[in-house]
Design a protein around this ligand. Structure first.
Ligand code: DGT
Ligand code: CA
Ligand code: CA
Ligand code: ZN
Length: 591
């Protein structure tokens, strides 16, 4: 089992215990265990094999270590099975719907004996939720909305959740003697936000051994079909995975075909047909003659095209660009020099200021912005004016402890319902970097929502708009403002639009990011990390940027610090930044 799988089971145990009204210390112990395992760098499977290694982790006691050993050895633990016999999986899944926490789910389960989505939807439609304690009409409406959103995504898994599963399976297949290549194709390779299933390709090795290594992987729950060259399985986490073993000489053709998208394939096939050729998963052929099949590059070249990065293969004009050799050089993780949206234990983060700065430095960043919440998010220990003033000293002190990286004193300031900001201008003037975000009142009329955002961005202290639409993939719809108008206003004011890399946000979406760039906006790609381990999630933001066709030049946090400072919206009263000042370049080198 991967760390993420173990963490997920522990988290589900915590939820089930909570639904059953267990002692809150017990609930917390499992939740903490899930967090510790999820954030663990090394493999839990390995730790479980070493005597005392699990117990040595902070937050893992003797009982919990025992459960983890069961999980790693058998995929489950008697306690989990027992809980599942009483609390249906579907009920646990309710807690993933926006607006339903374990407390409300407990009420639904106990008071109305609601056991699946159909029953939940029927009860909400019949107005039977509003009178339950802790509900009300608003919550009832939100449940219906959340169910509708969730059904749009039903059967799909977030890319970030599929990521470790996919790599574990691919790694296993790659380890079979004789296997020369393994690739994850399909929507996974195109880095879509979610995947419907995984499409794994392999070549070399003895087919029988390859299939066995795959089908007997520990995360497999069920083998759906197994043949000479293809095997399909369902993982314990619900995802289907198809493995195909293909010949080396046509690997490129298979990779191209199974990467898709289907629409992209259709466009390529049209080009092939125009030349009197045909294109399928076995190759590009002219009658009996193979024109190209071994590599994707050869096939694209034969069709008169440059190799197209998978993220662009959506039939959105990339084939024309490739024909004219005008494909953008897409931004890469290695281009980034900073993360500009990071929380610490000072607000609702889980690692402290020093840990987050050190982690950013360890990633090789040359600057980082620490951006706690503002006071409207009281639950998250949001900062008020006095706390921001205190923070000036804290950040100054932190800078002396971390001379290897520049630390920007930032804040993620709430946009209130009317578009006013949560803190006054005098306080904002103390900061180096001001992000504004929406964290409340997501349901609004489009016109009011647009006015709200335009008013917020008009504040001259605002430099970036964080996770702009506020959507949560699978659970919350975007705030319905006019993205085009907002992007135009942001471009005019010099406010950067964020691509937030949190796996269930990925906000802006690729479509919106493309539009923002077209309207002249600059973008920033940030993690919004609440723990050091989450800085790695930046890859998902970069994937989104790539799918939007962005280059490094479109993304402000690829710039060296001095150029970044010159490129962002100048703070009111600050002297204009000078690009020709060579002394600032020297300073940057020391940063
Ligand atoms: P997903 O799994 O729903 O997230 O999306 P994909 O794109 O991975 O789709 P999937 O798994 O059904 O198929 C993988 C690739 O195989 C797809 O992107 C293109 C190719 N493919 C599948 N069926 C067809 C088809 O009928 N025609 C063509 N041209 N290509 C297909
Ligand atoms: Ca697929
Ligand atoms: Ca498939
Ligand atoms: Zn936020």
């Amino acid at each position: 089992m991967t760390n993420a799988e173990v963490a997920r089971v522990l988290e589900r145990i915590a939820v089930m215990l909570e639904i059953e009204g267990a002692n809150s210390f017990r609930v917390r112990a499992y939740r903490e265990g899930a967090r510790v395992i999820g954030a663990q760098g090394g493999s839990v499977t390995a730790l479980a094999g070493e005597a005392g290694a699990l117990e040595a982790l902070k937050g893992i006691g003797k009982d919990l270590a025992g459960r983890i050993r069961d999980l790693v050895a058998t995929g489950t633990t008697p306690m989990y099975d027992e809980l599942r016999s009483r609390v249906p999986d579907a009920v646990v899944d309710f807690t993933e719907l926006h607006g339903l926490g374990p407390k409300r789910v407990k009420t639904l389960f106990e008071a109305l004996d609601i056991r699946d989505r159909t029953a939940l939807e029927a009860a909400a439609k019949a107005g039977r939720l509003r009178d339950l304690p802790g509900f009300g009409e608003k919550v009832e409406q939100n449940v219906l909305k959340a169910l509708a959103t969730a059904s749009q995504w039903a059967g799909r898994m977030l890319l970030a959740r599929a990521w470790p599963l996919a790599h574990a399976l691919a790694g296993r297949v790659a380890a079979v003697p004789g296997v020369t290549r393994v690739e994850l194709a399909g929507s996974f390779r195109r880095r879509r936000e979610t995947v419907g299933d995984l499409d794994l390709l392999a070549c070399g090795g003895e087919s029988e051994r390859v299939m066995t290594a795959f089908a007997e992987h520990a995360s497999v729950a069920e083998v759906l079909g197994r043949g000479e060259t293809k095997c399909s399985v369902r993982l314990r986490e619900g995802l289907q995975v198809d493995l195909r073993v293909v010949p080396e000489e046509s690997f490129g053709a298979a990779l191209l075909y199974f990467t898709g998208s289907k629409q992209h394939n259709i466009e390529l096939r049209r080009l092939a047909i125009a030349r009197g050729w045909s294109l399928n998963e076995y190759g590009l052929t002219h009658g009996e003659r193979v024109v190209a099949a071994r590599t994707e590059e050869e096939i694209y070249r034969a069709l008169g095209l440059a190799w197209i990065p998978p993220e662009l293969r959506e039939a959105l004009g990339e084939v024309e660009l490739a024909a004219a050799d005008r494909l953008p050089r897409l931004v890469e993780v290695a281009d980034l020099r900073a993360d500009l949206h990071v929380h610490t234990t000072r607000s609702d983060g889980r690692d402290d200021l020093d840990a987050m700065i050190a982690a950013a430095e360890a990633r090789g960043y040359s600057y980082v912005a620490i951006t706690e919440h503002s006071k409207a998010l009281a639950m998250a220990n949001g900062f008020d004016a006095a706390r921001v003033r205190e923070s000036v000293q804290e950040i100054a002190a932190a800078r002396t402890r971390h001379p290897g990286i520049a630390v920007l004193h930032g804040l993620e300031v709430d946009i209130l319902a009317d578009g006013a900001l949560d803190l006054d201008d005098g306080t904002l003037a103390l900061l180096d970097w001001v992000i504004v975000s929406i964290h409340s009142r997501f349901e609004m009329e489009p016109a009011a929502a647009t006015e709200r955002v335009l008013r917020a961005l008009a504040n001259p202290f605002v430099q970036a708009f964080g996770h702009p639409t506020g959507r949560l993939i699978g659970s919350r719809e975007p705030v319905p403002f006019d993205v085009e108008r907002v992007a135009e206003a942001a471009a005019a004011a010099g406010v950067a639009m964020e691509i937030n890399a949190s796996p269930d946000r990925l906000d802006l979406s690729d479509v919106h990011a493309r539009l923002a760039r077209k309207r002249g906006c600059r973008l920033v790609v940030n993690t919004d990390a609440h723990a050091a381990a989450q800085l790695d999630q930046v890859r998902f933001g970069v994937f989104q940027a790539r799918r939007a066709g962005l280059t490094a030049a479109d993304v402000l946090n690829t710039l060296p610090l001095d150029e970044f400072r010159a490129a962002i919206r100048p703070r009111p009263g600050a002297p204009p930044a000078r690009m020709d000042d060579t002394s600032s370049h020297t300073r940057r080198d020391r940063d």
